[in-house]
Design a protein around this ligand. Structure first.
Ligand code: FAD
Length: 381
């Protein structure tokens, strides 16, 4: 039976050296952002902020310089991410492009695609969204029905995507499309870079529980995508999407989404927490610290060229469980004067996270699916 490997990993000095620089930048750039907006964390959209991060060299950080990257280490990128997420900086504009679309193109894209998109992503100017889920195809992603038909010079695409975060702001989508009927469902899928301004494409917002509309339905009605926008070879989409999901599941964003509420809680309880509050603070701190060590271990393994897919799935599963537990545990011991409809920073942040945290174990692959992957890798099913 395969075992988990969480080899301890200490951040090297050059990565730690970056921490102060990022903190000073955040203090200057977003000094007065309210707590409830910081709680949106990687859902907060602000192109100006994305461009400012790009100008500092903190996007496309690990990519080769010829593509506008900065050839920094995974450890340095980890520190930068940890600091921007802990501060609740508005990173959603560039988030998907920097985290997964860029790395996907680096690995499987053509040289022309890399030159066309990567420098703009690294400047914080080109944004991507993820076109995987469809109505009826979420966990069972191999069942996607969006269809691409070969036409002269490209492909004609028809179908619908759903839950597409940030499609209303993004310039491009990487869409998973069925391009041929094969004996197995996993064959015959391909990935395309789709310009979201293409004729025949309609984006409709979907509001979530909090009333915010950060995700969308995207309809394709004979959308033409040129041959040069196919990523990799036709039929390789399933293998590529697996690699893309690994980029999506391994970062510190998978356990830091409720940190702002925890910090607000510490501020409100002040110097003299009750015994129940002390216990909660101790438990949450210990869990967060352990998750950080586990997440760092995944980063260390990635830096060493390994593929810690099971370890990344474990960090995401445990991390999202903690992110969901923090608002509920804080609500359970909240003092009598907390009013969830209140606008003070603590109440507003608690109220926001009680509603939004429900989705944390769905986005990027549900808890049940991750546990299925873990069980399979351990030889248990
Ligand atoms: C905030 C948010 C943002 C998102 N952003 C994007 C995005 O940008 N792009 C994108 O493509 N998608 C996005 N998604 C969609 C997300 O990836 C899917 O919601 C998720 O994969 C689940 O798919 P589904 O909604 O179709 O649910 P289903 O797959 O129908 O699952 C319903 C329930 O059944 C369980 N289940 C399903 N199959 C199994 C199984 N085999 N064994 C055990 N349990 C099972 C699931 O765990 C879940 O609890 C987003 C979702 C959320 C909540």
């Amino acid at each position: 039976m395969r075992e988990f490997k969480f080899v301890p990993y200490d951040l090297p000095p050059e990565a730690e050296a970056l921490r102060g620089e990022v903190r000073a930048f955040l203090k200057d750039t977003i000094p007065d952002m309210p707590a409830v907006r910081r709680a949106r964390s990687w859902s907060g959209h602000n192109p100006e902020f994305s461009r400012a991060l790009g100008a500092r060299g903190w996007l496309g950080m690990t990519w080769p310089k010829q593509y506008g990257g900065h050839a920094r280490s995974c450890a340095e990128r980890y520190v930068m991410l940890e600091e921007v997420l802990a501060a609740g900086a508005p990173v959603s504009a560039h988030w998907v492009a920097d985290r997964q679309s860029g790395p996907l193109m680096l690995r499987f894209g053509t040289e022309e695609q890399r030159m066309r998109f990567l420098p703009g992503i690294a400047r914080g100017e080109i944004y991507f969204c993820i076109g995987m889920s469809e109505p009826g195809s979420g966990s069972d992603l191999a069942s996607v029905r969006m269809r691409g038909r070969k036409v002269d010079g490209g492909w004609s695409i028809n179908g619908q995507k759903i839950w597409t975060s940030g499609a209303q702001h993004a310039h491009n989508m990487i869409a998973l499309v069925r391009t041929s009927e094969e004996a197995t469902r996993h064959a015959g899928l391909s990935q395309f870079i789709v310009d979201l301004k293409s004729p025949g494409l309609t984006i409709r917002p979907i509001a979530d529980l909090t009333g915010a509309a950060h995700f969308n339905e995207v309809f394709f009605d004979d959308v033409f995508v040129p041959d040069e926008n196919l990523i990799g070879r036709p039929g390789d989409g399933w293998m590529q999407v697996g690699a893309e999901l690994a980029f999506e599941r391994s970062g510190p964003e998978r356990y830091l989404s409720s940190l702002r509420l925890f910090l607000e809680f510490l501020r409100v309880v002040g110097e003299r927490p009750t015994e129940a509050e002390q216990i909660l603070i101790g438990q949450m701190t210990a869990q967060m610290w352990t998750l950080r060590q586990m997440s760092l271990s995944v980063t260390g393994q990635l830096a060493a060229g390994q593929s810690p897919a099971v370890e990344a799935a474990i960090v995401k599963d445990l991390g999202t469980t903690l992110e969901q537990e923090i608002p509920r545990a804080i609500q359970a011991i909240a003092r009598d004067d907390v009013d969830l409809s209140g606008t003070d920073p603590f109440s507003a942040t608690l109220s926001y996270l009680l509603q939004s945290s429900v989705s944390f174990s769905l986005r990027g692959g549900t808890r049940e699916i991750l546990r299925g992957i873990i069980a399979r890798e351990l030889g248990l099913r």
